[in-house]
Design a binder for this molecule. Structure first.
Ligand code: ATP
Ligand code: MG
Length: 313
């Protein structure tokens, strides 16, 4: 699958281990989608807001704000989602009242143990399916999802509800939410990992849960922060005896050896991720940028555009 196919979905959910580059990849995908003429909403999930700053815009707070032409951002939090989505769509007024009356609280919490996840996911999916004047409000809703386990917890809520709630409005909402999540024409998950042992292990485990627990369509793997293979094996072998030389040659040769080792290891973890995940894969470079921000996101977007998922053998 190429990039256009990924971004043709109405809902693209980006997840992976903490710190692997989820927000960066999400922001870069938003740029590429907006440049192809799409109206994009990027949702962060109860997060320390990252996307607007990564796009060069001031933090948006909890409101839906335009960060750039064609890209709006929103940080979805439980209280806001509860108010906006809950009262509007899930008919939570009764539930609110029930909670405040404290009569069915126990029952309700048993049925909906993940209320925060439910309202946040509900708000996001509602944005993704809302039509205005005969066209979708957003061409693409990109979700900068929480890390691994929290993402599964979030995305599992509708199917968990379907297992426990026999009928009524809650079940009805869980039904359309679940239908949207598992529909490959509408939805895709993009996994992000680093070419390192723990992130790759976690990505493989997460992928298993997406297939077996969530039953959701996975569409792409982004292997982020790949070091350059700067030295051939022959060159790397030449560096070893130089490492004992006087400065600056010795330390430089030692740094070169470490870089060569790191690149070689990264290559093995990339191969492992590719073999285990069997997904269209896009490799993104390790960038020597100290101030991570819009310039870095531009470079990552350029790398994705140059090597869209699926184009790399
Ligand atoms: N390609 C890259 N090259 C160099 N550094 C990178 C690269 N991608 C990400 N980073 C570094 O990793 C940091 C984390 O990236 P990012 O915020 O996108 O990750 P995340 O997965 O969203 O993290 P979190 O789980 O905390 O939300 C960045 O601030 C940057 O310093
Ligand atoms: Mg992030």
């Amino acid at each position: 699958m190429g990039l256009p196919t990924l971004l043709e979905r109405r809902l693209v959910i980006v997840t992976g281990k903490g710190g692997v580059g989820k927000s960066t990849v999400t922001a870069a995908l938003a740029l590429l989608a907006a440049r192809s003429g799409k109206r994009v909403l990027v949702c962060e999930v109860n997060a320390q807001e990252r996307i607007a700053p990564l796009l060069g815009a001031p933090a948006a707070g909890h409101a839906t704000r335009q960060a750039r032409p064609g890209i709006s951002t929103v940080n979805v939090t439980p209280p806001d989602a509860m108010r906006e989505y809950g009262l509007m769509v899930l008919r939570f007024r009764t539930i609110y009242e029930a909670v405040f009356e404290n009569r069915v609280v126990k029952y309700f919490l048993r049925v909906v143990p993940s209320l925060a996840e439910l309202v946040m996911l509900g708000k996001i999916l509602h944005e993704a399916r809302t039509e205005e004047r005969g066209r979708p409000r957003w061409d693409l809703v990109l979700v900068d999802a929480p890390a691994t386990g929290h993402a599964v917890q979030l995305l599992r809520v509708p199917s968990a509800l379907l297992d426990t709630v026999p009928g009524g409005p809650l079940r009805h909402d869980a039904e359309w939410m679940e239908a949207m999540l598992v529909d490959p024409a509408q939805t895709a998950i993009a996994l992000v990992t680093l070419p390192e042992e723990m992130p790759v292990n976690e990505a493989i485990e997460l992928d298993g849960q997406i297939r077996e627990v969530l039953g959701m369509p996975r569409a792409a793997l982004f292997v982020n922060a790949m070091p350059d293979a700067r030295f051939t094996p022959e060159e790397a072998a030449l560096l070893a005896p130089l490492a004992a030389a006087a400065p600056p040659l010795g330390p430089a040769a030692q740094a070169g050896r470490l870089q060569a080792l790191r690149a070689e290891q990264a290559g093995r973890y990339l191969a492992r991720a590719r073999a285990a995940l069997d997904l269209p894969t896009c490799v993104l470079p390790l960038l020597p940028i100290a101030e991570w921000g819009p310039a870095a996101v531009e470079e990552i977007a350029a790398a994705i555009a140059a090597a869209p998922p699926g184009s790399l053998a």
